[in-house]
Design a protein around this ligand. Structure first.
Ligand SMILES: [Zn+2]
Length: 136
């Protein structure tokens, strides 16, 4: 069995190692070029591509109501970290919750559309005599 998407390397002792490429191509490195810092008031906005889908990879509470966030942009693979005040982190949390809600709504309507399409196909097949009692 061979898979075009994997690469094989033979180690000196004869063992073969298969390497699976990452599902998303890594952003090319630009040595010497600094990544732009995150947007101060709107951490959800990517400073590199202006996408609005930046999300926290991790966050840790700091003293004095500030949070250190490690951020990632799924659009351009920008990564950065910064310290944000409580007010901004709370607003960011709201943005993330809204995003989760929007995603769940999209998932629900996609599921419903799929189900409707299945029912349509079933009705068409039944009307066309393609489904018999013995099918069940
Ligand atoms: Zn980006």
């Amino acid at each position: 069995m061979s898979d075009e998407s994997t690469e094989h390397f033979t180690l000196p002792d004869g063992r073969v190692v298969r390497v699976f490429p990452a599902s998303q191509p890594a952003r090319p490195e630009h040595p010497g070029i600094e990544e732009p810092p995150p947007c101060e008031d709107t951490p959800q906005v990517c400073p590199s591509c202006s996408g609005q889908l930046v999300y926290p990879v991790s966050w840790e509470e700091r003293v004095g109501d500030t949070w250190k966030l490690n951020l990632r942009c799924p659009d351009c693979e920008w990564r950065g970290s910064g310290e944000f005040g409580q007010r901004i982190v709370e607003a960011f949390d709201d943005v993330l919750n809204d995003g989760t809600e929007a995603m769940l709504n999209a998932l629900r309507s996609a599921s419903r559309a799929n189900m409707e399409a299945d029912v349509e196909r079933f009705i068409t097949a039944m009307n066309g005599g393609e489904i018999e009692p013995m099918d069940f």
